[in-house]
Write a protein that binds this ligand. Structure first.
Ligand code: ADP
Ligand code: ZN
Length: 227
């Protein structure tokens, strides 16, 4: 099963993907996480990608698409995958269809998370991530704080703010790119009949966890529990 997470920055894509991944054992593949791992290890790919990421721009397709194509060749994603952060443009979606088509696969489900804009910026500013690259759990100092300030509940590693979340210009640019380049994917996948839109908002007291619970119930039901 190929699942795609769609949604602006701060909607909780990564959180929802992580919860579904834990329950279904489908691996979560986050392009942002792959880039950040490469940046912290100072690989060539990381150095190149960081030129774009630190400014809030998209990393060019010449870098991003082969990286995802290679990742989708690995054994652990043969049964399925939850893509978090890819595709982000119509071109990337078309490339993904080609990559999957070669293996007789397709996109099965697109979870589109929507959150009121005024909440998004606040959520990005208050987001903290675990610095342990095997953990990477996301917290929020207001909505979902760790038990001990600055420390990951799961692994005890220090938390930090992402560089692009602490730069107001990068935040605005990312939201603008989302609206212009990624939002059109909603129609693209709606036409294919695989779109499921979910609101995540404190105003209706519906958080990422609630969305993940519903998706697991509807799409994985009791079947998953037996395996
Ligand atoms: P966010 O959704 O908050 O922007 P991500 O972790 O998904 O965070 O991505 C961080 C950055 O990595 C993006 O701002 C962008 O520069 C780059 N990136 C991630 N995925 C892609 C992609 N599919 N295409 C191009 N750039 C990407
Ligand atoms: Zn951790």
């Amino acid at each position: 099963m190929v699942i795609i997470m769609l949604g602006a920055q701060g909607t909780g894509k990564g959180t929802v993907a992580g919860l579904i991944s834990e329950e279904t054992k489908l691996p979560q593949v986050s392009t942002g996480d792959i880039f950040r791992a490469n940046i912290s290890e100072q690989t060539e790919l990381g150095k190149e990608a960081n030129k774009y990421i630190s400014q809030g721009n998209l990393v060019p397709d010449e870098i991003t698409v082969p990286m995802v194509a290679n990742r989708l060749q690995e054994d652990d994603v043969k049964k399925g995958v939850i893509l978090d952060g890819f595709p982000r443009t119509i071109e990337q979606a078309q490339k993904l269809d080609e990559i999957l088509g070669k293996e007789g696969k397709k996109v099965d489900l697109v979870i589109n998370l929507t959150t009121p804009r005024e909440e998004l910026i606040d959520r990005m500013i208050t987001r903290r991530v675990c610095t342990n690259k095997d953990c990477k759990t996301t917290y929020n100092t207001k909505l979902h704080p760790p038990k001990v300030e600055g420390i990951c509940d799961k692994c005890g590693s220090p938390l930090k703010q992402r560089e692009d979340d602490s730069n107001p210009e990068a935040i605005n640019k990312r939201l603008e790119i989302y609206e212009n380049q990624t939002q059109p994917l909603v129609d693209y996948y709606n036409e294919k009949g695989v779109l499921r839109t979910e609101i995540v908002s404190t105003s209706i007291n519906r958080m990422g966890k609630d969305v993940a619970d519903d998706i697991i119930k509807v799409f994985f039901g009791t079947e998953q529990k037996n395996t």
